[in-house]
Design a protein around this ligand. Structure first.
Ligand SMILES: NC(=O)c1ccc[n+]([C@@H]2O[C@H](COP(=O)([O-])OP(=O)(O)OC[C@H]3O[C@@H](n4cnc5c(N)ncnc54)[C@H](O)[C@@H]3O)[C@@H](O)[C@H]2O)c1
Length: 316
């Protein structure tokens, strides 16, 4: 029987991923964990407290819960990582090493590790960034994620551990707010529009970044998890993305629904990070190896975000 441990399961992606995995494989097949405690325990899924920097506890949790597969979602994201680089290093680099090492020792079947466009840097081609290219990031987040990509390759090649992953762009979603990444504005802007508040954007209006909607992000991850191993020529170096836009472009789309919505621009340190990241991604490895195609274009994303946020924020 498949029994999946999700680390960082209370985060933006982990929360929805755990729900999707339990819908797919059954509630008893998913164990959620995080360094934080859940606000409310709804009893739907088993929760265990797990700090990924604690390798002894990882080993214990894997054995006690008869875990067969891991989705390793615990991380410190780009903006938090710049505020606390030492913590980002411990969680993202040491934590990922601990997960891989304990997974190897416990004979885990598959370890899923999301990577990020944060692995790219100023020397990477910014337009249609290839899957395999220069990885010289300038943020601690990016450095630790390159480290995670290389560790994953090492564990796959040296120990035959089945490690899989992909590079997410900014993820747009309405259920769990993003923590502190550079692409968070693309979620915040919707909350402001629906609540009819003005929005102050921390990026310049003409800064393009690749993005995708949460249902596509979950599909990408789960399809990769279910793909035949022999079809996967790569490890974590799979770019995925649905579209790219600038703050001004997404603002324009939202204004089609909320014509009175106002935005101002006050770039902060996240502008410097965004300028080192790709404007668009070449995603052909994911298409070729596991046939990934996103279902949500920008219009469908905007319509769905507004409909759901109205339901949650206004009609509740
Ligand atoms: N959200 C995005 O836009 C995005 C984009 C690219 C890549 N990713 C990647 O996807 C993964 C999940 O991201 P997310 O957006 O859900 O992040 P998030 O910050 O929303 O959630 C991360 C979770 O990890 C937990 N955590 C932090 N330190 C921990 C520790 N020591 N032990 C255990 N748990 C710990 C946090 O409490 C949090 O619940 C990360 O690997 C991230 O790099 C996310």
């Amino acid at each position: 029987m498949t029994r999946i441990l999700v680390t960082g399961a209370l985060g933006q992606i982990g929360t929805e991923l755990a729900a999707e995995l339990s819908a797919r494989y059954g509630k008893s097949s998913v164990v959620i964990s995080d360094v934080r405690k859940p606000d409310e325990v709804d009893g739907k899924l088993k929760f265990v407290s797990l700090d990924v920097t604690d390798s002894e506890n990882i080993a214990k949790v894997l054995v006690e819960n008869e875990i067969t597969d891991i989705f390793h979602m615990a991380a410190i994201l780009s903006a938090s990582g710049e505020k606390n680089p030492a913590l980002a290093y411990r969680v993202n680099s040491d934590g990922t090493f601990n997960i891989l090492e304990e997974a190897r020792k416990a004979g885990i079947n598959r370890v899923m590790i999301p990577s990020t466009i944060g692995v790219f840097g100023p020397e990477t081609p910014r337009i249609n960034t290839p899957d395999i290219t220069v990885l010289r990031p300038t943020t601690m987040y990016g450095i630790t994620k390159v480290n995670a990509e290389l560790l994953a390759l090492y564990y796959r090649d040296k120990f035959d551990l089945d490690v899989r992953g992909l590079r997410f762009p900014g993820i747009i979603s309405y259920l769990t707010p993003p923590s502190a990444g550079t692409t968070d504005y693309a979620v915040d802007i919707f909350y402001h529009a629906v609540q009819e508040k003005d929005y102050k954007c921390y990026l310049k209006k003409d800064t393009p970044l690749p993005m995708m909607y949460m249902p596509d992000a979950l599909n990408a991850l789960i399809q990769l998890f279910e793909a035949k191993r022999e079809n996967l020529r790569h490890c974590l170096e799979y770019n995925v993305s649905a579209y790219s836009f600038t703050p001004e472009e997404i603002y324009g789309k939202i204004r089609e629904v909320y014509p009175d919505f106002r935005i101002t621009y006050e770039p902060d340190f996240r502008q410097n990070i965004a300028e080192t990241w790709p404007a668009s991604l070449d995603t052909h490895f994911a298409k070729e190896d596991w046939n990934f195609t996103p279902q949500y274009d920008l219009k469908r994303t905007v319509d769905d975000m507004i409909m759901n946020l109205k339901r949650i924020l206004i009609h509740q």
